[in-house]
Design a protein around this ligand. Structure first.
Ligand SMILES: *Cc1c(COP(=O)(O)O)cnc(C)c1O
Length: 371
């Protein structure tokens, strides 16, 4: 699905030099590389504060911890996403309220959010799934009406740009109250281990979260809050700082691969190519097809026999996972998620796909339907 070895070969001199600097100074934790990367990411995102942390899941957890929510408060998020989002809500003894998504964009459905709001709702977590933003303008409107926080999970869409109706453009993750991301190796901006970050324009929340990531300390050995230990390593910061200036070109390469796929599959009766929403650029963390009137699992098997990895993101809705099934959900409220789990299939998508590989993949996808 990804080719990180070839990508490393292109940036090896800078990475190796940066690693050597860290090894020679042994500043493995909170070294100057972390600060430099943090400042560069703030500039790239045009956001006031970036707080680096250990991974994208803890980024979400820390964001929620900063909002002073009470056990039993409700947080609305999408039924069709990776489990990390709903996991941290429940870990903090908050109640996750899962809602349906939009068929075209795979992102949270604002109408479904509206219907799920109760007097206990405190926050919405839209997930910018597969590389494209959720409809933030509508979500911000709902949040304003009901006085809710918005945490954007942009683990899959760093670098995507949101276009507001008035022409204003903002980077994904800098639109809501807080944004969170992951630097897991296969993400669009990935390091060589685990990493994550939190973004906000709110000075107070930034200060609070900068303490929470470090045991609730604002002064050494004085613990003002219950915190966690969640840090980005200096070695990971080296990788990220080499890759950050390349992020836009990486995302362009992904978009070009997506264009190739789109063209090959255009008009095919069994294939629905991923929609591109007018309000957001698409950074194609995944290239996710929908299969109509054909056996999706048989296609996956057919491709794997030809050494083409294809993945089902995601095979089970979160509301049907043992850990998160509250028994209060009605299938009739989730027509889209329940369709998607049977239709979606994601093809290889990364920065190193060449035309021969892309043609091999598209030829094989198309030949499956000619059998
Ligand atoms: C990857 C991912 C996360 C979690 O990030 P980790 O760094 O693996 O903890 C959270 N949300 C979404 C949507 C993701 O894709």
């Amino acid at each position: 699905m990804v080719d990180l070895i070839s990508q490393y070969q292109h940036i090896k001199p800078q990475i190796d030099k940066g690693f050597e600097e860290v090894l020679n100074t042994a500043a493995f934790i909170n070294g100057p590389q972390v600060k430099t990367f943090t400042q560069n990411l703030e500039k790239y995102l045009e956001v006031k504060h970036v707080i680096p942390c250990a991974n994208g899941t803890e980024a979400l957890q820390i964001a929620l911890m900063a909002l002073d929510l009470q056990p039993g408060d409700e947080v609305i998020t999408a039924d069709f996403t990776f489990a990390a989002t709903v996991e941290v809500i429940n870990l903090l003894k908050l109640n996750s309220v899962l809602v349906d998504v939009d068929y075209d964009t795979f992102t949270i459905n604002p109408e479904a959010v509206r219907k799920a709001i109760t007097s206990k709702t405190k926050a919405i977590i839209p997930v910018h799934l597969f590389g494209q933003c959720a409809p933030m303008e509508e979500i911000l409107e709902i949040a304003q009406e009901h006085d809710l926080y918005v945490i954007e999970d942009t683990a899959q869409a760093i670098g995507a740009e949101y276009k507001f109706k008035n022409g204003e453009v903002k980077k994904s993750g800098t639109i809501g109250t807080i944004g969170t991301t992951s630097f897991f190796p296969s993400k669009n901006l990935g390091c060589y281990g685990d990493g994550g970050a939190i973004f906000t324009n709110d000075d107070k929340l930034a200060h609070k979260m900068s303490g929470i990531v470090n045991h609730g300390m604002y002064k050494r050995y004085y613990h003002d809050e219950v915190g966690v230990n969640s840090r980005l390593d200096s070695l990971q910061a080296v990788v990220l700082d080499v890759k950050l200036p390349l992020l836009d070109s990486y995302n362009t390469k992904r978009r070009k691969a997506a264009d190739f796929y789109d063209k090959a599959f255009a008009g095919h009766p069994n294939l629905i190519v991923p929609a591109r929403a007018g309000y957001s650029t698409h950074v194609f963390h995944q290239y996710t097809l929908k299969i109509k009137d054909a056996e999706r699992n048989a296609l996956q098997h057919y491709l794997s026999e030809r050494e083409i990895p294809a993945m089902i993101y995601y095979p089970v809705p979160l509301r049907k996972q043992k850990a998160y099934d509250t028994g209060n959900y009605n299938d009739s409220d989730f027509p889209v998620t329940d369709r998607l789990i049977n239709q979606v299939i994601s093809l290889p998508m990364h920065t190193e796909l060449d035309e021969d590989q892309l043609r091999y993949i598209t030829d094989n996808v198309l030949s499956f339907f000619k059998k």
